[in-house]
Design a protein around this ligand. Structure first.
Ligand code: ATP
Ligand code: MG
Length: 426
């Protein structure tokens, strides 16, 4: 077993780490439920063609980052690198006409063959939200507000919302023409990566992280100047409504995002606390995707939050596990059976009940209860078992007495009263 290891860029999430994951997920899922957004689950494994068509061949994700292989039937399969293409496929395949407007979320692992580093893994997790069939700018606003509020509910501060518009397809083609002319003139000043993108995905050059390229790009034509009047108005509306909701934003005209399918609104939420992989949430509108994939003409908008980065940002208070309400210390043949039965009864009250099944001595079991800072303990030994009763005692940190009581196994009324006074009402 010595040399068996996980694959590079993948991680094990261990029980202590998962406390924070579960706390974060709980808050996120509650917020999604409050906004009446429904879950969708699609396969992790899809036909490779889905991502080539859905994301675009010229993108980094498809050209460099996909986990693709032939299965035993010689079909080319890919571990999903993102969620939107799969959601679009699932909706088209299952028929959209009966349900043309849908608000959906998904959560799960994604796979990209990238260089692993802080905030970047080969298997990572995303929470995504997609509003399908919604065209008006109100859906853009609701999507952005939702992402903003999820991060807010987690107590994350110092976030920056960056927005941009990519116009519609015509706006983009018009812009691309003039941008290409400019690129050809300035090709020698661009970094190598950007030079290579000129023929494949020129808009992505705007997103370059190379300092010199960034500087040169300040003089490049800007997409906003090529927007039709309608696209312009849409973008102004977006900004006005964000102002009304008091959601602060900055405009970033170079924000184009990695995937091919975006139209109009694109946005990212970043945090300085994340270092160089600063983006925790990326989203945008993709009005042409579903049609391009063979579905009905369906406008849509969505975002994806990287859960690893979200966990890094979320506060330490979320690392705390739920405290044990009752720790059951027990020993002896009959006592152990009674204890098992009692633990099941107590869990029906939504109490966190830990039954000690270690078979260790009473003193060791006491120590364990202490270490866990259990709010209370139950003791069942041979003496108690013989009398068909148990001892229940509160561990009172405030020193207000231990409130110990001896209760018969049959006396549910007395048990309920004790629980009400000591655990349930708090
Ligand atoms: P980046 O610029 O970081 O590569 P991206 O544009 O490729 O991001 P998206 O495809 O928009 O990212 O994915 C949305 C979010 O998913 C990102 O903002 C990030 O939080 C997270 N994410 C993307 N790739 C990874 C990865 N390899 N490891 C961890 N998280 C990731
Ligand atoms: Mg990326």
């Amino acid at each position: 077993m010595n040399n068996l290891k996980n694959l590079r860029g993948t991680v094990d999430l261990l029980p202590d780490q998962l406390i924070k994951w579960q706390n974060v997920e709980k808050i996120v899922l509650e917020q999604l439920a409050r906004a009446s957004i429904k879950e969708i689950r699609t396969p992790i494994l899809e036909m490779t063609e889905l991502f080539i068509r859905g994301i675009g061949e010229g993108t980094d994700v498809v050209s460099k980052e996909m986990y693709t292989f032939l299965d035993r039937g010689e079909r080319s399969c890919t571990l999903r690198p993102e969620g939107t293409a799969s959601v679009a496929r699932a909706l088209i395949q299952n028929g959209m006409s009966s349900n043309p407007l849908q608000k959906l979320w998904y959560m799960g692992p994604m796979f990209r063959y990238e260089r692993p580093q802080a905030g970047r893994q080969r298997q990572f997790h995303q929470l995504g939200v997609e509003f399908i069939g919604y065209e008006s700018v109100r859906s853009d606003i609701e999507i952005i507000a939702l992402a903003w509020d999820i991060l807010g509910k987690l107590g994350i501060k110092e976030l920056n919302l960056e927005i941009n518009t990519l116009g519609d397809l015509d706006d983009r083609l018009n812009y691309q023409k003039s941008f290409l002319k400019w690129l050809e003139k300035n090709i020698n000043y661009l970094d190598l990566d950007s030079q290579n993108r000129i023929n494949k995905n020129p808009l992505r050059i705007l997103d370059s992280k190379n300092i010199q390229t960034k500087k040169i790009l300040e003089n490049a034509p800007k997409l906003v100047d090529f927007l039709s009047e309608k696209s312009h108005e849409r973008y102004s509306d977006l900004k006005k409504q964000l102002d009304v909701l008091k959601i602060p934003y900055v405009e970033n005209f170079n924000l184009v995002r990695g995937l091919d399918y975006y139209t109009h609104t694109a946005f990212e939420i970043t945090s300085g606390a994340l270092g160089s992989q600063a983006t925790v949430c990326g989203g945008g509108r993709y009005d042409d995707l579903i049609k391009q994939m063979g579905g009905p003409n369906t406008p849509a908008i969505g975002f994806a939050i990287g859960l690893e980065r979200l966990i890094l940002l979320a506060g330490k208070d979320l690392e705390v596990p739920r405290t044990t309400d009752i720790y059951i210390i027990n020993q002896g043949l009959i006592a152990e059976l009674l204890a098992m039965d009692l633990s099941r009864k107590l869990r029906n009250y939504d109490l966190l009940v830990e039954l000690d099944i270690s078979g260790a001595s009473f003193s060791k079991q006491f120590k364990k209860a202490n270490k866990l800072k259990s709010k209370s303990i139950i003791i069942i030994g041979d003496d108690e078992a013989a009398k068909n009763e148990f001892v229940i005692r509160r561990f009172d940190q405030s020193g207000n007495g231990d409130n110990e009581e001896v209760i018969s196994f049959e006396n549910d009324i007395k048990l309920k009263r004790w629980l009400n006074n000591n655990l349930l009402a708090k």
